[in-house]
Design a protein around this ligand. Structure first.
Ligand code: PAF
Length: 269
């Protein structure tokens, strides 16, 4: 990387927690288009998992990940140990809190999650000093949290969002889909179907946001999922949508068997 920098090349970072799938590879492909040298980081970040979450079970597939990255032209992999990043006392670790956009939705359901994400992303950016960093828009709230952190702290990096990659049935790709049985994968497609149905209503002029949210929640439950949240929001600040908003995001999170799945759909009216 030092050589690439010295030669005046642009450097991109793709932060991941490994277990790479087509969604991650779309990030690498986008990074390759816009930068000369691409680093992918692989780090399962304990700081962003709650005490009863899946930190231990989270799939770790380092060798396969490296093969994929090599065949797709990633230039370097950065895979530090937990000790290298946090020493042996994570409690004493300074943390970044991004107020506002991190408060609701995943922030409310997973207390401390976005502080953990902001902290590790800040640290990875400091360690790798990229010109650009790429994040998937499936984690839309995370994307806004990182954008705000970078703006608020005057960090010298450009943040890019990459569109969601979906399975054939519409299910957004995620490492946590690996926890689902084949039947549950089919059931999980209901999330994307609900998002599309809500978007169609919004596009046809329906502004009864609460009724739209309630009927989507009912549809999710009928498909056997337990809705965590389903919310139509202003796409810039994640406040509840108002009839005057023209850039919206529909955010969804639902439990299915062992997985908590999230998805979203952004639309301009
Ligand atoms: O989106 C993820 O995989 C993680 O939250 C990230 C951005 C790599 C930070 O650990």
């Amino acid at each position: 990387m030092a050589q690439a920098r010295a030669a005046g090349k642009t450097v991109a970072l793709v932060p991941t927690m490994g277990n790479l799938h087509a969604g991650h590879m779309a990030l690498v492909a986008a990074a390759r288009k816009q930068a000369d040298f691409v680093i992918t980081s692989i780090f399962v970040n304990p700081l962003q998992f709650g005490p009863n979450e899946d930190l231990e079970a989270y799939p770790r597939t380092f060798d396969e990940d490296c093969k994929l990255l090599q065949s797709d032209g990633c230039d370097a992999v950065f895979a530090p140990s937990v000790e290298a990043i946090y020493g042996n006392n994570t409690e004493q670790q300074s943390r970044i809190h991004v107020p506002g956009v991190s408060d609701n939705y995943c922030g409310a359901s997973r207390p401390g999650h976005f502080d953990g994400v902001a902290t590790i992303v800040c640290k990875l950016l400091n360690l790798c000093s990229p010109d650009l960093a790429f994040f998937g828009l499936k984690d839309y709230q995370q994307f806004l949290v990182i954008q705000k952190m970078v703006r608020d702290l005057a960090m010298n990096v450009q943040i890019a969002g990459v569109e969601i990659v979906r399975e054939e049935n519409g299910l957004a790709m995620s490492s946590r889909n690996g926890y689902l049985s084949p039947e549950q994968r089919q059931q999980a497609a209901a999330i994307h179907q609900c998002l599309q149905a809500t978007a169609a209503e919004l596009r046809s002029g329906n502004r009864n946001f609460q009724a739209l949210e309630a009927s989507a929640r009912t549809l999710l439950e009928q498909a056997g999922l337990q809705a965590d949240y389903y919310a139509i929001c202003n796409a810039s600040n994640l406040q509840a949508a108002t009839p005057g908003d023209d850039r919206l995001v529909i955010l969804a999170a639902a439990y299915l068997g062992p997985s908590r799945l999230i998805d979203n759909l952004r639309l301009t009216l």
